[in-house]
Design a protein. Structure first.
Length: 208
């Protein structure tokens, strides 16, 4: 059965924003029912930002409403044109030309939501360079006026597992940079309200 692009982040959003049962969410995300319960009890995934599967076209409102009305119903994944990241061997990450224009959007998202992740980690995670990260942070990037924060996983630049690994490692190396994750809905509103004249939002990460 096909799974949503970011199973764990999707599960977090569904737990927080719907009346679906743990069993329904577990089957949709390919996780164990006990894992969903642990998310609801805030025992795990407390630092993961929930991802709305309807916002990325992987679930329809009609389908969600259908399953909330009946506990026996099971969510069906909608067809999506979002590319699914594939496993890769060690070494520099190759980013297709068609996706390279999305990297600044991913950089802004990472700087905003995970300041504990170092520039070196960001470079490896989405296949970019430190000068590009610096330009995005300081708003000197040539396309700054059009950059909008977007999750690198939904952009197809990395996998959810790679992102979680980078965040976990970043927190161990740079715990002072960790900030409370913003509410998913509020984050979306803030991202949409971002303007070209907004001052620099990101401080240089502490070096380890």
């Amino acid at each position: 059965m096909p799974l949503p692009l970011m199973p764990k982040a999707t599960a977090v959003w569904l737990v927080e924003n719907t009346s679906l049962t743990f069993e329904q969410i577990a089957e949709f995300t390919g996780m164990h029912e006990l894992e969903i319960q642990a998310i609801a009890d805030e025992e795990v995934a407390i630092d993961i930002i929930g991802v709305n599967p309807m916002a990325n076209g992987q679930l329809t409102t009609k389908e969600l409403e259908r399953c909330q009305e009946s506990q026996k119903a099971r969510l069906k994944l909608a067809k999506s044109d979002i590319p699914i990241p594939t496993a890769r061997s060690k070494g520099a990450r190759y980013t297709p030309v068609s996706k390279r224009q999305d990297r600044p959007d991913a950089i802004v998202w990472l700087l905003r939501h995970h300041p504990e992740v170092t520039d070196a980690q960001v470079s490896r995670l989405i296949g970019t360079t430190k000068p590009t990260i610096k330009a995005v942070r300081e708003r000197t990037h040539w396309n700054s006026t059009n950059i909008k924060p977007q999750n690198p996983v939904t952009l197809g630049l990395c996998s959810e597992a790679d992102l979680e690994k980078a965040v976990t490692l970043g927190r161990k190396r740079n715990p002072d940079a960790v900030v409370a994750a913003p509410d998913a809905d509020q984050t979306l509103q803030n991202d949409e309200a971002t303007t070209p004249d907004e001052p620099a939002l990101f401080a240089e990460p502490s070096k380890t």
